[in-house]
Design a protein around this ligand. Structure first.
Ligand code: NAI
Length: 721
């Protein structure tokens, strides 16, 4: 077996250890070499099984098996349907052969087994898992718009029962730690180290010569029953409704396909169930949404996390001691993020009491983790011990990174940055968490403007995975590279944008919420505005978002822009002003578009200010137009950002929009939305013109879109070129 991705080692007891070890890659995936190697290995097992007592399957990589070959899957189209189906059927047939060979097979899971990796493990009769926090088991396919098509739906449903498999594994793509996997019944036992892992697997195969899968064992009953058993049959009708509720009407095809495949797979024999699963998989994999999601959430994200937008010259950097200025909501969150990554933090506010309040906020966050069993008490204590609250700038001595998060006030930021510059390490990175103030202006307050960079976190910091790095006029490559590395050090994802009003995320987020306000003014009922967003795939409606950020904030930003001579005639502005005049400033005040107490409901006075039109009125905004206006407003503004070179990569735009401002992941991000629109960029441009003619010039496509509105034109190609 030359160039095999599976190594064969046989011991004196007749146990074969098969080690997955793709020589061409750092991880094992379901590529052609795997399929060929698996075929050869199965032939040999079959031929030699008379002299063998069992099989242990393990891996030589850090992960057990990384999963499907996404580079191949993303290229699947309706035209290549037959080839895709043949491939996935072959993979499945091989795994079926493995579990029915007549030899006991145990998986020794030494690293993460996600997607295809878990499918292989489930085709083994027994699963031993290395008890290591890095080891995760799960089916993340749904998060890429897919389902586990290598037998994962069929086997997990038969093993765990329909409800458990759907809720704990398949529908949300949970990644389970070893002990949770054992508790759920997905794996059988854990092992403390690699030797014990292999020893346990080997012992099991020797002790179980007649091993068979539960579903191949006579009299096996699927936990919880099948759809024809009365208890399950009576609860089944609620499943689709619950799913719809959970997705808030967003048009994700994968969860519905998983549900259908899971239910149908239980109504037929195993072999037929594989066929059913394969058909649902095929529909998803050749569709546009899985393409979008794989592109953004796998390829674009990996490129960014791998340093795609980082200047390549400077050496890799790691922060040792960080000074955080301002211990308010953001400062405390930033301190937590660094301390969690093992970095010492000096948390400075106007006085030590204020700084202690910030630290107390961090203590609250980790306390919650401990009480939920997600963090050990010792780890929590160690994390908190890394944070030193202070009111004295002299304590910043030795800090190699400073992040300021004081009030949004340029003069104050100048003062605290220059004070930090005087006390911190002589070459310390000087970062600002400002959400609106130009970085170039902030850098004017310090001696070393080349070391100043924008490091814009999102709220709440402990939940939001994105950081927007802003390059000022004087920011050096060295400073940007350091900032990039520091963001990666705390496990977040950095995008890089140029200094400009609103940077990228705030500017484009603004177009979404203002469009929502405009729709309200044009007579769309408030809940229809919200539903338009939710059913387009946004996590929240624009009116809710406005209430959450407070209505005065966008107005303040606009007033400042006006002072700088930038006029903005957006029809949403009048809506916000009218609301603020009524004292309805948002959630913090308990009243905005919604009354927030005792529970959230639309403010009854809203219909007096902005009467709704009947949906069938002649001048009513059609619901589909409303949905597209939200998406197009963001996409057109992003295209302008590209044109103005505020953005310089498609990946930054897509990932920033999904992870920072809630652009629907099903479209693969805000620029992928343009490229994947029916008819491509040309189709998008034609529709944008229609929207502009009917609703306003803000939808008029900018030149960069017109240039790309040619056959096979794409924005991705435009920016890459
Ligand atoms: P905050 O009002 O909760 O906290 C500001 C803190 O700065 C207060 O604790 C205050 O005592 C402290 N402070 C004031 N003067 C100081 C000085 N001379 N030295 C040290 N500390 C001082 O404000 P928040 O929301 O945390 O915002 C901070 C910054 O983060 C602002 O620039 C804001 O624009 C930005 N930002 C805010 C986001 C949000 O969602 N709130 C999101 C992203 C950025």
């Amino acid at each position: 077996m030359s160039n095999s991705t599976i190594r064969w080692e046989q011991d004196a007891d007749g146990v074969v250890v098969l080690t997955l070890d793709d020589p061409s890659s750092s991880a094992n995936t379901m590529n052609d070499a795997y399929v060929r190697s698996m075929g050869e290995t199965l032939d040999r097992l079959d031929a030699e099984k008379g002299s063998l007592r069992g099989v242990v399957l393990t891996s030589a990589k850090k992960t057990f098996f990384a999963g499907g070959n996404l580079g191949g899957l993303i290229q699947a189209t309706p035209e290549t349907k037959d080839v895709v189906l043949a491939n996935v059927t072959l993979v499945k047939r091989q795994l079926r052969r493995l579990e029915t060979l007549g030899l006991p097979v145990a998986a020794a899971i030494n690293g993460a087994a996600l997607g295809g990796g878990l499918e292989i493990a489930l085709a083994c009769h027994h699963r031993v898992v290395l008890d290591d926090p890095k080891v995760k088991l799960g089916f993340p396919e749904v998060t890429l718009g897919l389902l586990p098509g290598g037998g994962g739906v069929v086997r997990s449903v038969r093993l765990l029962g329909l409800t458990t498999a759907l809720l704990e594994l398949l529908l949300q793509g949970q990644q389970l730690r070893p002990e949770k996997a054992v508790k759920l019944g997905l794996a059988h036992e854990t092992a403390a180290d690699r030797d014990e892992l292999l020893a346990k697997a080997r012992a099991w195969v020797l002790a179980n010569p007649d091993a068979a899968q539960p579903w191949d064992t006579k009299g096996y009953k699927v936990p919880g029953g099948t759809p024809s058993s009365p208890s399950l049959a009576s609860s089944l009708p609620a499943f689709p409704a619950n799913l719809e509720k959970q997705l808030k009407g967003a048009p994700y095809p994968a969860p519905a396909a998983i549900l259908a495949a899971a239910v149908e797979s239980l109504q037929v024999d195993v072999e037929t169930a594989f066929v059913v699963e394969g058909r649902y998989f095929l529909d998803l994999v050749v569709g546009q949404i899985s393409t979008n999601m794989i592109q953004a959430l796998w390829f674009d994200l990996n490129r960014i996390n791998g340093g795609g937008s980082r200047p390549s010259g400077p050496e890799k950097y790691a922060a040792r001691k960080v000074g955080v200025l301002g211990a308010g909501m953001m400062g405390a969150g930033i301190a937590h993020a660094f301390a969690k990554a093992g970095v010492d933090v000096v948390l400075k506010d106007v006085g030590v009491e204020a700084a202690e309040k910030g630290k107390a906020h961090v203590a609250g966050l980790v306390g919650k983790q401990v009480s939920r069993g997600r963090m050990a008490q010792e780890a929590a204590d160690a994390l908190l011990a890394r944070i030193t609250p202070t009111g004295d700038a002299a304590d910043l001595a030795g800090c190699d990174v400073v992040v300021e998060a004081v009030f949004e006030d340029q003069a104050l930021k100048h003062r605290v940055l220059s004070e930090a510059e005087a006390h911190a390490a002589p070459d310390a990175l000087l970062a600002s968490n400002t959400s609106t103030l130009p970085i170039t202006g902030l850098a004017e307050g310090v001696q070393r403007p080349a070391d100043v960079v924008g490091m814009h976190f999102f709220s709440p910091v402990d939940k939001m995975p994105l950081v927007e790095l802003i390059v000022g006029r004087d920011t050096s490559d060295e400073a940007l590279a350091r900032a990039y590395d520091v963001v990666r050090q705390i496990g977040k994802t950095p995008i890089v944008v140029q200094d400009s009003r609103g940077f990228f995320t705030s500017r484009v987020f603004g177009t979404l919420v203002m469009e929502g306000a405009a729709l309200l003014a044009e007579g769309l009922a408030p809940m229809s505005v919200e539903r338009a967003a939710l059913q387009a795939g946004f996590p929240a409606g624009p009116l809710t978002l406005l209430d959450e950020v407070t209505l005065t904030l966008p107005l303040k930003i606009r007033d400042e822009a006006a002072k700088a001579g930038i006029a903005d005639e957006h029809p949403g502005v009048a809506v916000l002003r009218a609301m603020v005049e009524q004292g309805r400033t948002g959630k913090a005040a308990g009243q905005g578009f919604f009354d927030w107490q005792p529970e959230k409901r639309v403010w009854p006075g809203l219909s007096g200010l902005f009467p709704s039109k009947a949906p069938d009125a002649q001048d009513a905004v059609p619901f589909h137009d409303a949905q597209e206006r939200l998406l197009f407003a963001m996409a057109v503004e992003t295209a302008r950002c590209v044109e103005e070179e505020v953005l310089t990569s498609v990946e930054d735009a897509n990932i920033g929009s999904i992870m920072g401002i809630g652009f629907p992941p099903l479209y693969g991000g805000v620029l992928q939305y343009v490229d994947q629109y029916a008819g491509g960029v040309a189709g998008f441009v034609a529709r944008a013109d229609e929207l502009a003619d009917r609703y306003g010039e803000r939808f008029r496509p900018p030149a960069i879109l017109l240039e790309r509105a040619v056959p096979a034109g794409s924005l991705r190609a435009a920016v890459a070129g």
